[in-house]
Design a protein around this ligand. Structure first.
Ligand SMILES: Cc1ncc(COP(=O)(O)O)c(C=O)c1O
Length: 389
C-alpha cells in the first residue's frame, strides 16, 4: 500500500545528523558509561509538588475529557502571564492549550499556511522545524545566519527570503545556539513581516532561561499583535517535558480556528495535567528560577573553562540549556568531531550539522548533567580539540 507523500517525505532527504545520538544511545543500552550531552531535557524530574497537584486533580476526578481549548483557569493564567511579561493585554480567548510546544508549532503552521506556501525558518534551527512545516504541506525555506553575527538573522538574509513567503518561524532564546535575540534583531524581523505581509510564529519555550539580556516577545512590537502567534510550553520552564502541556497565543479569531483543528485532532490536554500546570504557574518565578538555576550555574562554570583555552570558541551563550561551540580550528566537521569524541572519550554531543548548514563546524552541548560531570566533560572536550590544533 502506498503512503502519502506528505508523511513519507516529512524528514526530507539525506543524513538526519542524529547518528551520534543513536550511537550513544546504543552504547548506553549495552552498558557503556557515556556522558550524554545531547538532548534538551533536565537532569531533574518534575517537582514533587507539581506531581502532588496532578495526583490530587486526577484522584479528584479530573480524568475525563477536558475542554478542548484548555480549562478556563489555565487559559487565564497563561493570558495573565503574557500580559505581565510583555505588557500586551492578553485575554483567555487569545490562548489555546496544546499537547506541548511541538503540537503548538504544528497547529500554528496549519493555521497560516496552505499547501505549497513557503514557510521561513532561521538556520541553525530546532531539528524538527522543517518536518513540522512539511507536515502541513508547506515548503520550508531556511534563512541562513552566521556565527560571526551570533546567529542573529541580518536584514539582507531576511529580505532575500521574504518575498512570497507566508510565515516566519523564530526561536529566542534559541535552541541550538543559546542566543537571545536583541531588540534590533526583533525589530528587523517585525519590519520584514509587516513589509511582506508575513505571519510570525514566535517559539518562546525557553523564555524563563535567560542568562544575559532580556527576553522580548515580538508580539509586543508595533504592528505585530495581529500577525504573531506565540508558542509556549511548560516543558522547559517547569521540567514537565513528559506532561505535554503548552500553548499558542494569538488573535482570538485564529484561536477559534485552532480550537476547531484541535477538536478534530488532539481533542485537548488531560485535565489533571492542566491542573498541575495551573499549580506550577501559581508558584511564580520562584519555581521557574529553581528549574533554570542549574543551567545558569553550569553556563557560568563553562564560561570559565572556555575562557582558559583557545582550541574551542564559544558562541555567546545568553540563554536556554545549550552551549554552541565552534570547533572549526580543529579542521574537523561537527560530525567528525562528535563521532571521534564519542569514540575516544565516551562523551556524546550533537554535531552542529544536525541543526542546519549554518551550524556546520560547531557542536551543541546540552548542559544537562550534574555540575562535576559536566565540567569534566567540557574540559576533556577542549583538551581533545586542542590535540587537533
Ligand atoms: C525550540 C524548541 N521548541 C519547541 C520544543 C518542543 O517542546 P515541547 O513540545 O516539549 O513543549 C522544543 C523541545 O526541545 C524546543 O527546543
Amino acid at each position: 500500500m502506498q503512503l502519502s507523500k506528505r508523511i513519507s517525505t516529512l524528514t526530507g532527504d539525506g543524513s538526519d545528523g542524529w547518528d551520534v545520538f543513536n550511537r550513544a544511545r546504543k552504547m548506553i543500552a549495552s552498558g557503556e558509561p557515556v556522558i550524554e550531552l545531547t538532548i534538551g531535557e533536565h537532569d531533574v524530574r518534575t517537582d514533587p509538588t507539581i506531581l502532588a497537584a496532578m495526583d490530587a486533580s486526577a484522584r479528584g476526578g479530573h480524568t475525563g475529557y477536558a475542554t478542548v481549548a484548555g480549562v478556563n483557569a489555565l487559559r487565564e493564567r497563561v493570558a495573565s502571564r503574557l500580559t505581565e511579561r510583555t505588557g500586551v493585554a492578553t485575554r483567555p480567548g487569545n490562548v489555546m492549550i496544546t499537547p506541548g510546544g511541538q503540537s503548538a508549532l504544528y497547529s500554528a503552521h496549519h493555521a497560516v499556511c496552505d499547501e505549497g506556501d513557503v514557510a521561513l525558518f532561521i538556520d541553525p534551527y530546532y531539528a524538527t522545524y522543517p518536518g513540522t512545516i512539511r507536515g502541513v504541506g508547506a515548503v520550508p525555506r531556511a534563512i541562513p545566519t552566521d556565527a560571526s553575527d551570533a546567529f542573529q538573522p541580518g536584514r539582507d538574509a531576511l529580505e532575500a527570503a521574504a518575498p512570497g513567503a507566508r510565515s516566519l518561524l523564530i526561536n529566542s532564546p534559541n535552541n541550538p545556539t543559546g542566543v537571545v535575540y536583541d531588540r534590533a534583531t526583533l525589530e528587523r524581523i517585525a519590519q520584514t513581516c509587516i513589509a511582506h505581509d508575513i505571519w510570525l510564529i514566535s517559539d518562546e519555550v525557553y523564555d524563563t532561561q535567560v542568562w544575559e539580556g532580556t527576553h522580548l516577545s515580538p508580539r509586543a512590537l508595533p504592528g505585530m499583535l495581529e500577525r504573531t502567534l506565540v508558542v509556549g510550553s511548560m516543558s522547559k520552564s517547569h521540567a514537565m517535558t513528559g506532561s505535554r502541556c503548552g500553548w499558542i497565543v494569538g488573535p482570538e479569531a485564529v484561536i477559534e480556528h485552532l480550537i476547531t483543528l484541535a477538536t478534530h485532532t488532539t481533542y485537548g490536554v488531560p485535565g489533571f495535567v492542566q491542573d498541575a500546570a495551573i499549580y506550577a504557574l501559581d508558584q511564580g518565578p520562584a519555581l521557574e528560577d529553581k528549574v533554570s538555576a542549574p543551567f545558569r550555574r553550569r553556563r557560568d562554570l563553562a564560561q570559565k573553562v572556555l575562557g582558559a583555552q583557545n582550541a574551542v570558541t564559544a558562541v555567546p551563550s545568553q540563554g536556554a540549556m545549550y552551549l554552541m561551540l565552534d570547533i572549526r580550528a580543529t579542521g574537523l566537521s561537527g560530525e567528525e568531531f562528535a563521532n571521534a569524541l564519542l569514540d575516544a572519550h565516551k562523551i556524546a554531543v550533537m554535531p552542529g550539522e544536525s541543526f542546519g548548514q549554518a551550524a556546520a563546524g560547531h557542536l551543541r552541548v546540552a548542559m544537562t548533567v550534574e555540575d562535576e560531570v559536566f565540567l569534566e566533560a567540557l574540559e576533556r572536550l577542549c583538551a581533545f580539540a586542542a590535540s587537533y590544533t
